[in-house]
Design a protein around this ligand. Structure first.
Ligand SMILES: [Zn+2]
Length: 426
């Protein structure tokens, strides 16, 4: 499965000749006749891509990439037919989807397994890799820790991109004396107290371990599975930060719960939490935007805030599409379809889908991205909005981008702009 660093690498990649291929292969169940057609579909997509590239006079290295992609899709088809559970969503024994990012001209080829939850098989070619299917998947499936506890044992799983992995199994065995009721009941009260102390010690230990794991970034959020009686003892031990990262809890017997049960309980809790988070973010952003505070709506203002380094959370409609232009010099994106960059004066080129074009920026700057589904209020404000860290006073002034010093990326950009200016005037 793909790591954070690998996603950053993809976001950084750019091919000036616009021959960077992104291929997403989604397996379909064999009983569905369409399955056989996935490989044929890939061939058609490849042929179409080649035709378009040939028309532009660039196809030498592209042909090598396309041949390799077609061969791969045929191999995948063979593998998927052997898989037992094609709707496996990444379950062991089930089929995975596959993503390929390739650019032979630059010697770049990366393949990643993904949970089989893509919307379909797609092949795209552009200057940058197409990252929307990936970011949608990552948003839907972040890395989650799942902790199961009882009085003297704890198990830690992580669920990342649909893959459930057991990481730890702690056992604090009850001491011999603690377990017995004491000789002839004489030591009864004492022993009971010792059992309670041992449990408390165990819960404290797990709470500390959990805090440490969150701080080290082992996972972003977590979910707890335990019996109610243990929750009342475990909860007071949690650090406030860890408590804040807890998405929800389900009732489970640590020793008997199945992996499938853990996964489905965790996925349900996560989906509910994510929907709630998304609704709250939409409401908050719209309210903030109305009072000209920490929120902006609409493409033009969102682009400006992104370039000013103000954005904390970006909200995009699931099916958002809009055109923009991108500067061939400094990379400035503009919602007005102008021929020359208002920042550096170089020529611009058209960007067909701005929702895709801003993803590399979002990934590079670790901005939270939420895809909003069917929300009439969000629709009214243009299906694009952002919650800001802060709002710069010069927000409405383009010069603030070139003169800005607040954000390191801006300084880099200013330097870049200055360089292009020099070149233009020299
Ligand atoms: Zn420019």
């Amino acid at each position: 499965m793909i790591t954070r660093e690998q996603i950053h690498e993809l976001a950084e990649f750019e091919d000036p000749a616009a021959c960077a291929f992104s291929f997403y292969f989604q397996p379909t169940p064999p009983r569905n006749k369409a399955h056989k057609e996935e490989a044929i579909l890939t061939k058609d997509l490849a042929r179409e891509a080649l035709r378009r590239l040939e028309a532009k006079g660039k196809c030498e290295s592209a042909r090598a990439d396309l041949d390799r992609i077609v061969r791969l899709s045929q191999d995948l088809r063979g593998k998927d037919l052997r898989g037992k559970d094609l709707r496996g969503n990444g379950r062991r024994g089930g089929a995975h989807a596959r993503a390929v990012f390739a650019c032979a001209a630059q010697g770049f080829w990366r393949e990643y397994d993904l949970p089989a939850q893509l919307s379909g098989t797609e092949l795209m070619v552009n200057r940058h890799f197409q990252l929307k299917p990936l970011t949608q998947l990552l948003g839907a499936l972040p890395s989650l820790g799942i902790v199961l506890v009882d009085r003297h044992r704890a198990r830690l799983f992580d669920l990342r991109l649909g893959e459930l992995t057991e990481r730890m199994d702690f056992l604090h065995p009850a001491s011999r004396r603690g377990r017995s009721a004491g000789f002839g009941g004489y030591d009864g009260g004492h022993a009971e107290r010792r059992v309670a102390d041992e449990a408390l010690h165990h819960f404290k230990f797990i709470a500390e371990f959990l805090m440490d794991a969150l701080e080290k970034g082992m996972f972003e959020k977590w979910i707890l599975g335990c019996q109610d009686i243990h929750w009342s003892q475990f909860e007071p031990q949690l650090h406030p930060y860890a408590a804040q990262k807890l998405l929800g809890r389900f009732a489970a017997e640590l020793a008997h719960v199945s992996r499938e049960d853990i996964r489905s309980q965790a996925e349900t809790i996560f989906a509910d939490a994510q929907e709630k988070r998304c609704q709250e973010a939409v409401r908050e952003t719209i309210n903030q935007a109305r009072s000209n505070a920490r929120g902006v709506t609409g493409l033009r203002r969102v682009l400006r805030s992104l370039e000013a380094g103000e954005v904390q959370t970006l909200l995009l409609g699931q099916n958002y599409h809009a055109q923009a232009v991108e500067c061939s010099g400094c990379g400035h994106l503009d919602a007005h379809l102008v021929s020359f960059c208002p920042v550096c004066g170089r020529e611009t080129r058209e960007v067909v889908d701005v929702g895709e074009a801003i993803l590399p920026w979002i990934i590079r700057h670790d901005i939270e991205l939420l895809y909003v589904k069917d929300d009439p209020e969000f629709d009214k404000v243009g299906n694009i909005a952002a919650l800001l860290r802060y709002r710069s006073e010069q927000n409405s002034n383009l010069r603030s981008i070139t003169d800005g010093v607040a954000h390191p990326s801006l300084r880099r950009r200013s330097a870049l702009v200055a360089r292009y200016r020099d070149r233009a005037s020299g």
